[in-house]
Write a protein that binds this ligand. Structure first.
Ligand code: SAH
Length: 252
């Protein structure tokens, strides 16, 4: 059996209870060494073999899984954040299907949730934005033309950019082309939930400069939108006058 597990955004106690149990029981752990907190490996079995996938190809990873399976062992494939986002798990699952090796997936806390916590912010503020676009700037990995950053930016909603910290001049240009004003609030969140976590608040037009001044080149998320500003409406859900399925409001 292969378990794909989300390790969470960084802090070792942000893995799920299920993920932590499966890690403790694993015979082999393959983890994304560049982003997963090594402290998560402290509770592994004594004879557990550990592989850092940073230097491995998809074929190497599958070979380790195949060998563990043949010897009757259990493999944990530990991905950073939640494996469904930029995790390259589909290609692994498809290979395992071909090999008729069983697997399951345990979700994790994504770094975009970790970033909101670091910012002490709510992405979906009433009358500000009710949608979050998770995307990236096209780099060596292309992005489909219809998802070009400037097009995504035209919605003016909350945006969270992964894998884009090295391309911030382009990010600024495309966000403004799409319609965000240069003064739209933005923030760079470096290593959310890690001890080294840093939050740099800025604006759309100062993203590149802010990253440069603070030497942030990777392991950061870019967040953009009015949710970082001061204006919003309070929620209907907790409005004394508003009636819903669980409470009768004073205005009914
Ligand atoms: N599956 C992961 C994302 C993997 S892609 C998740 O759900 O979070 C790797 C990118 O995620 C990094 O380049 C960076 O943009 C972002 N990232 C991962 N961990 C982060 C963290 N703790 N703080 C800020 N950004 C992070």
């Amino acid at each position: 059996m292969i378990h794909f597990i989300g390790a969470g955004p960084g802090a070792a106690d942000l893995i799920t209870v299920r993920g932590a149990r499966l890690l403790r029981e694993a015979d082999v752990i393959i983890y994304a060494g560049s982003l997963v907190n090594p402290a998560l490996l402290e509770n592994k079995k004594e004879d557990c073999a550990v592989y850092d996938s940073a230097s491995m190809t998809l074929e190497d990873v599958i070979d380790v899984m195949k060998a563990t399976e043949a010897s009757g062992g259990t493999t944990v494939r530990l991905h950073t954040g939640d494996p469904s986002l930029y995790g390259a798990i589909r290609e692994q699952m498809d290979r395992l299907d071909e090999l008729e090796i069983a697997y399951d997936v345990t979700p994790g806390v994504s770094s975009f949730s970790g970033a909101a916590a670091a910012l002490e912010a709510e992405y979906t503020l009433p009358e500000v934005s009710q949608s979050v676009i998770i995307t990236r700037m096209a780099g060596r990995t292309p992005v489909p033309e219809r998802e070009k950053l400037s097009k995504m930016a035209s919605h003016g909603c909350t945006m969270v950019l992964f894998l884009s910290t090295g391309l911030l001049e382009d990010v600024e240009r495309e966000l403004m082309e799409g319609g965000y004003g240069p003064d739209t609030p933005a923030a760079i969140v470096y290593k959310a939930t890690w001890p080294e976590q840093r939050v740099y608040r800025c604006t759309v037009s100062t993203l590149a400069r802010t990253a440069k001044e603070n030497q942030v080149t990777k392991t950061a998320l870019i967040t953009v939108g009015g949710f970082l500003g001061g204006q919003y409406e309070r929620s209907k859900l907790y409005d004394p006058g508003f009636t819903h399925g669980y409470r009768v409001g004073s205005e009914s």
